[in-house]
Design a protein around this ligand. Structure first.
Ligand SMILES: N[C@@H](CCC(=O)N[C@@H](CS)C(=O)NCC(=O)O)C(=O)O
Length: 234
């Protein structure tokens, strides 16, 4: 049976990059359908024609024989589907059932626990830097600092400390001392945490080295080049 057509509905400057990387690592053929963020940094309305929530990534799977299409949403589910259906040689999966469960855990953890404090920090940083006149800007700064201090900063530290410890325990990767889909999926929020200055890389030497290891993979460069050709910065 021939492989289906895989189309990635990819938004620039978004977590959708990870799907390109995953597909390139598995050496699968795929098409990119690019979307550009609007001035408000949101996805364009066209994406809602593909899935009502209008978020990216979205992956379209088309059966070449029947023409039947399905749309996959949610990064963790997309990873799960691709690994389950197309990673036949277990390049990014694991034969051991306990280890396979650990990979699954990260496919949920990344959006369920790691992204929320990062998203709150991001929204607070945007509120803080918004062009608001003084003295309201002063008050906004105070309020956003307080929310960050009371919740998201500490929670983010909690998450990063956890990931730092897991990489150390698992010999430089997240699961079983070797590269898996979990590493590719988890890389984006951690890169963002450092890039946006929500945490200092020097405090997390294991995450730092792990990111260097991941971004030196050939598949990362290949996916980057494809994303850049559509104007993607990350
Ligand atoms: N939980 C979803 C989140 C999807 C999501 O929020 N994607 C962002 C890109 S990083 C998006 O499409 N943003 C556009 C918008 O909010 O308008 C997933 O894991 O795929």
């Amino acid at each position: 049976m021939s492989l289906p057509i895989i189309r990635v509905h990819w938004l620039n400057e978004s977590r959708a990059f990870r799907v390109l990387w995953l597909l390139d690592h598995l050496k699968l053929d795929y098409e990119i359908i690019p979307y550009k963020r609007n001035d408000a940094h949101r996805a364009p309305e066209e994406l809602k024609k593909i899935h009502p929530l209008g978020r990216s990534p979205l992956v379209e799977i088309e059966d070449k024989e029947t023409g039947k299409k399905k749309i996959l949403a949610e990064s963790g589910f997309i990873f799960q589907y691709i690994l389950q259906h197309f990673d036949n040689s277990k390049l990014l999966s694991n034969d051991n059932s306990d280890m396979a469960e650990n990979i699954q855990y990260y496919l949920h953890y990344v959006e369920g626990s790691l992204q929320p404090p990062l998203m709150i920090e991001f929204i607070l940083s945007m509120a803080k830097s918004a062009p608001i006149p003084f003295p309201i800007s002063y008050l906004t700064g105070k309020i956003t600092d307080k929310i960050s201090e009371k919740y998201s900063k500490g929670e983010l530290k909690n998450q990063l400390d956890f990931v730092e410890g897991e990489i150390l325990k698992n010999k430089g990767f997240l699961v079983d001392g070797k590269l898996s889909g979990a590493d590719i999926l988890m890389s984006f929020p951690l890169q963002m945490a450092f890039l946006r200055n929500f945490a200092k890389q020097e405090q997390y030497p294991n995450i730092k080295e792990w990111l260097e290891r991941l971004t030196s993979l050939e598949s990362y460069t290949t996916a980057k080049e494809k994303a850049s050709s559509y104007g993607g910065k990350f």
